[in-house]
Write a protein that binds this ligand. Structure first.
Ligand SMILES: Nc1ncnc2c1ncn2[C@@H]1O[C@H](COP(=O)(O)OP(=O)(O)OP(=O)(O)O)[C@@H](O)[C@H]1O
Ligand SMILES: [Mg+2]
Length: 243
């Protein structure tokens, strides 16, 4: 569904992604793990074309994605959720959720409002529809940000450390919503960068370990966590387990 061929990305002379090949299948829940600075965020940002790849190809449903692609439409189908939520502080929760689909003519104002209400009800935040982001907790903000992505009716959602800006007691409400997404739409394809190893291990159908801009290992959570082959992955996991 979403394919990456020999993807490279450099910032100046610094090579961050050094040739990534990856075929993400429809309905897959792909976890991406790896040490800080290995290129996880850069990979997700390239997938969403927030960064322009230096080389290689991104192919979505057999179409090459590049500067000629209608990026508004592409990002409707391949949405992204950020660590820092990226909600507009001067807009209410309702306005944050309905802005993009109305502006991009995906939904009418009325349809967008209805859809937003449906999602807000689902996550128990309907009473916050007219609140501003600074009146919400971190977990609530992230759940609103996820609703904002869902209302676009995406086929793929890219999550870049969706819980790492949250206090520990709020992590569960966000991971629960992520699990619920799969319950609502079993075909939703999800790509999740996270340091929540238990969540990755338990929820993902496939995990890749990235190190220094390359995929070092690719397998089921069981293979990656219980039977890691590569020495770098073994070291990475042992550091996490002793933290
Ligand atoms: N816009 C940029 N300009 C220059 N260098 C960048 C830019 N974005 C990322 N980098 C560099 O690319 C490397 C990979 O960064 P990236 O954010 O992808 O890592 P990461 O795996 O997401 O790390 P973390 O786990 O800390 O979020 C880092 O060395 C970073 O400094
Ligand atoms: Mg990152």
């Amino acid at each position: 569904m979403l394919e990456v061929k020999n993807l490279k990305k450099s910032f100046g002379s610094r090579k961050v992604l050094k040739g990534i090949d990856l075929d993400i299948k429809k309905g897959e829940v792909l976890g991406i793990i790896g040490p800080s600075g290995c290129g996880k965020s850069t990979l997700l940002r390239c997938l969403n074309l927030l960064e322009k790849p230096s080389d290689g190809q991104i192919i979505y449903n057999d179409e090459v994605i590049n500067e000629n692609t209608d990026l508004g439409k592409y990002r409707q189908e391949v949405g992204m959720v950020f660590q820092q939520f990226n909600l507009f502080p001067h807009l209410t929760v309702m306005e944050n959720i309905t802005l993009a689909p109305v502006k991009l003519n995906i939904l009418t104002e009325d349809e967008a409002t209805k859809a937003a209400k449906r999602y807000l009800k689902k996550i128990d935040l309907l009473d916050k529809a007219d609140s501003y982001p600074n009146e919400l907790s971190g977990g609530q903000k992230q759940r609103v940000a996820i609703c904002r992505t869902l209302v676009m009716n995406p086929k793929v959602i890219l999550f870049d450390e969706p819980t790492s800006a949250l206090d520990p007691e709020m992590i569960g409400e966000v991971t629960k919503l992520m699990r619920d997404i799969k319950e609502i739409d079993f075909n939703m394809t999800m790509v999740i960068v996270s340091h929540e190893m238990n969540f990755i291990k338990d929820f993902c159908t496939r995990v890749i370990f990235l190190d220094e801009g390359k995929i070092i290992e690719d397998g089921t959570p069981k293979q990656i966590f219980d039977h890691p082959n590569d020495e770098k992955l073994q070291r990475f996991l042992s550091k996490i387990n002793t933290r």
